[in-house]
Design a protein around this ligand. Structure first.
Ligand SMILES: C[S@@+](CC[C@H](N)C(=O)[O-])C[C@H]1O[C@@H](n2cnc3c(N)ncnc32)[C@H](O)[C@@H]1O
Length: 267
């Protein structure tokens, strides 16, 4: 088996098929992931939506394309599309591999394959708290095997194309773009990490990493991260986003050290 491994700070990222790679890795403390749900998502459409437009429309996936040059990110004026789609999304998802690979597991989209899961705790994401009627679902459910009898919790964060709540605005504005058709907000992944109760500093793994939102959240919370992604474009985007997030963290960590000089000035 051949695959590429990229190490970025406390993140170890594998470009390849998790069904082959995951069984070869050291057992992580927890798996937190968002697998392909088997919903045959059409990610490469420009048509109209069911709310007055054509079925299967992909308006939320039309994201203004930006290219990186030496001078930074620049809009190409084109809408970014995802002709590669999401691998594995054309067949039902079997969670058996994931459930066997870690003791603590949290799976997004689990309402699509709940019949293949044991008893567990359900978590919700209300992604249109405005109540707006739209083509995509109003939210998603996650299943977690830690504390299966605990109450359901709901995270409310607007995530509707370019309309997003304040906690996620930095992910779609100021030169940053959504780079994956089913990209999860980092704020959502940060919220859900608490429910797996992984020991401080342990390893969180996302074997269906996409553009790396779980990794950014896990690293920011002080965990090590292992990510696996099959699709080249999404893997490269995850590497870039995780690297940028770690650089920003380092900047924040450096900032307080500069303050004593200021404080020492005579008043
Ligand atoms: C629902 S998306 C995850 C999106 C991610 N949560 C994000 O925020 O970007 C599922 C991802 O799993 C990847 N994938 C599908 N089958 C895979 C496999 N066998 N091994 C690794 N990655 C796979 C797809 O390419 C896709 O990027």
């Amino acid at each position: 088996m051949s695959f590429e491994v990229v190490t970025i700070g406390n993140a170890t990222l594998y470009r390849g098929d998790c069904r082959l790679i995951l069984p070869t890795l050291e057992r992580p403390a927890a798996i937190v992931t968002d697998p392909p749900y088997g919903q045959k998502l059409n990610t490469n459409v420009t048509g109209k939506s069911v709310t007055g437009r054509a079925p299967g429309a992909g308006r939320p996936y039309l994201i203004h394309d930006k290219r990186r040059t030496a001078k930074g990110l620049h809009s190409t004026g084109l809408a970014r599309q995802f002709p590669q789609g999401i691998k594995g999304d054309d067949e039902p998802f079997d969670p058996a591999l994931i459930l066997a690979a870690a003791d603590r597991v949290l799976l997004w989209g689990a309402h699509k394959f709940g019949d293949r899961l044991p008893r567990g705790r359900w978590l919700g994401w209300d992604k249109v708290p405005t109540g707006k009627v739209r083509d995509q679902g109003d939210g998603e459910l996650a299943w977690c095997n830690v504390k299966p009898d605990a109450v359901m919790r709901i995270f409310r964060l607007l995530w509707d194309g370019v309309c997003v709540g304040p906690e996620a605005r930095h992910e779609v504005t100021a030169g940053v773009q959504r780079v994956h058709p089913t990209q999860k907000p980092v704020a959502l992944m940060a919220w859900c990490l608490q429910f797996v109760e992984a020991p401080d500093g342990s390893v969180i793994c996302d074997p269906y990493m996409g553009a790396g939102s779980t990794g950014i959240a896990a690293l920011a919370a002080g965990y090590d991260f292992v990510g696996i992604e099959l699709e080249d474009q999404y893997f490269d985007d995850a590497c870039l986003r995780i690297e940028q997030a770690q650089q920003q963290t380092q900047l924040f960590e450096l900032a307080p050290q500069q303050q004593p000089e200021q404080a020492g000035l005579a008043i």
